[in-house]
Write a protein that binds this ligand. Sequence first.
Ligand SMILES: NC(=O)c1ccc[n+]([C@@H]2O[C@H](COP(=O)([O-])OP(=O)(O)OC[C@H]3O[C@@H](n4cnc5c(N)ncnc54)[C@H](OP(=O)(O)O)[C@@H]3O)[C@@H](O)[C@H]2O)c1
Length: 205
Amino acid sequence: MPYAWWTGCETRQAWKGRFIVAKLIYSAIASLDGYVADQNGNFNWAAPDEEVHAFINDLSRSFGIHLYGRRMYETMAVWETDPTLAGQSPLLRDFAETWQSADKIVYSRTLEEVSTSRTRIERDFDPDAIRQIKASAGSDLLVGGPNLAAQAIRAGLVDEWHLFFAPIMVGSGKQSLPDDAHVKLELLNERHFQGGMVYLHYRTI
Ligand SMILES: NC(=O)c1ccc[n+]([C@@H]2O[C@H](COP(=O)([O-])OP(=O)(O)OC[C@H]3O[C@@H](n4cnc5c(N)ncnc54)[C@H](OP(=O)(O)O)[C@@H]3O)[C@@H](O)[C@H]2O)c1
């Protein structure tokens, strides 16, 4: 039976007798001109300051399952494999603990093994499989990595968007959003931070 791996540890949510389907949320930190990394692969300008990190920590608590492209997974895995990160501050420890407690699916045709717990590899991105997970998950899903996210966006799977924009333009690089998607959005929330970052929360309509 497919996806028993998840359903064994998650319970369906029921509200007034109706099943609630979990949401898939795309989250990214991009430059103002829409790149998650510049043409040299640098994204140090996207590092959240303490205020933004605290906000992201709170957002992250609601994601029980993370879907990652292999590149984003390799960037994020340090939150479990490098314990010195969590040792730097209570804020970073909090994020590391939240990240480690989530289940992760890494999409890759090249990765032979994972370096973190609660993690499995998928060789193909199957939209129907994601729909099944959304129907059975007990909490919302996060998708990370613009290549993988673009496939979820094109398949109409992304329900909400947590988009952060850093106060910088980098001209070119890895686009946060695909250029071949047409999606209507409703703004649910917005926030600006002292360091100049802006957060936009949308839902797909
Ligand atoms: N702005 C920020 O805060 C921030 C934070 C972290 C990282 N970054 C940047 O973001 C970049 C990630 O961008 P990205 O779009 O290249 O990466 P991504 O979406 O995270 O990963 C792409 C990889 O995912 C795998 N994949 C994608 N679709 C697949 C499918 N249908 N089936 C199986 N595997 C699939 C492939 O891995 P295989 O090649 O193994 O098959 C592919 O090379 C990082 O490299 C880094 O530069 C930015």
